[in-house]
Write a protein that binds this ligand. Structure first.
Ligand SMILES: O=C(O)CCC(=O)C(=O)O
Length: 262
């Protein structure tokens, strides 16, 4: 955790940009994709739509785009993965009040597909998360299992969706970990958390009345990844090109236009 990497006014700008992206997602009322830009919209217990996540808002949202390329971030990453970096995650999470935004215990490595495109995951990839709101047990903060990243791919059950599912002790028991070892990731607005794709983590139910916001960017040593947008070359920000490149959406080139997703 890096405390206060972003100051109060910067966080206010990030928050306003996130709110703008939220309003775009809500206007669709259903999950919607245009290229790599994706809004995950789900119905809450009240039957109303909630945006749980937006991927790649930085293609059109300039404040969020500047933040993902902020040189303070490459300053943190350089000692870990170097200064030639691609980006494979650019995502905002809104944890709605209630259980809609729970994340079951998982390793992010399960989502790095196809596996052949991601090499040396243990030491080539770092996920970063900027807290926009306070992350506390009440707002369903992330929980980490310390040192679990040292055990590599644990083969956790990938058959169910992680988003919208509760953290179950049985999932940890199945891979020889213990819920009793979990620690809470407590963050204030502007703090940044960094974690490995092998770190076992999840996040709980939001018992507060506001949507907890989190801005996540995932970076990888460029030579170890065939996917993703360039982010930094020799530590200098690389602007997005005229066309999106292949990241996670396999049909990017066959189905590039806007469409709703069931
Ligand atoms: O937003 C959260 O609370 C959880 C995020 C998470 O688990 C992830 O991005 O893998």
């Amino acid at each position: 955790m890096v405390r206060g990497l972003f100051g109060r006014e910067e966080v206010a700008r990030i928050a306003a940009s996130a709110d703008q992206v939220y309003a775009e997602g809500i206007a669709h009322r259903r999950s919607f994709r245009h290229g790599n830009l994706f809004y995950n919209v789900a119905a809450g217990a009240d039957g109303e739509p909630h945006v749980r996540m937006a991927q790649w808002p930085s293609y059109h949202q300039s404040v969020l785009n500047r933040v993902r390329l902020d040189t303070r971030i490459v300053g943190l990453l350089e000692p870990l993965i170097g200064h030639n970096l691609k980006q494979i995650i650019n995502q905002i999470h809104w944890k709605a009040p209630g259980a809609l935004g729970d994340f079951a215990w998982h390793q992010d490595s399960r989502s790095r597909r196809p596996a052949s495109a991601y090499r040396n995951l243990a030491d080539s990839y770092v996920q970063t998360g900027i807290a926009i709101d306070p992350h506390t047990p009440d707002s369903g903060c992330m929980r980490f299992i310390p040192r679990s990243h040292l055990r590599g791919d644990l083969g956790m059950d990938c058959s169910k969706k992680v988003l919208g599912a509760a953290m179950a002790d049985a999932a940890l028991d199945a891979v020889g970990l213990r819920a009793a070892d979990a620690i809470d990731l407590l963050l204030e607005p502007g703090d940044v958390a960094l974690w490995s794709p092998y770190l076992v983590h999840g996040s709980g139910t939001n018992c507060l009345s506001h949507r907890r916001r989190f801005y996540i960017n995932g970076y990888v040593r460029a030579e170890d990844c065939d996917r993703g947008e360039w982010a930094f070359r020799e530590g200098r920000p690389v602007p997005l090109g005229p066309k999106p490149v292949l990241v996670h959406f396999e049909e990017l080139h066959e189905r590039p236009g806007p469409h709703y997703v069931d």
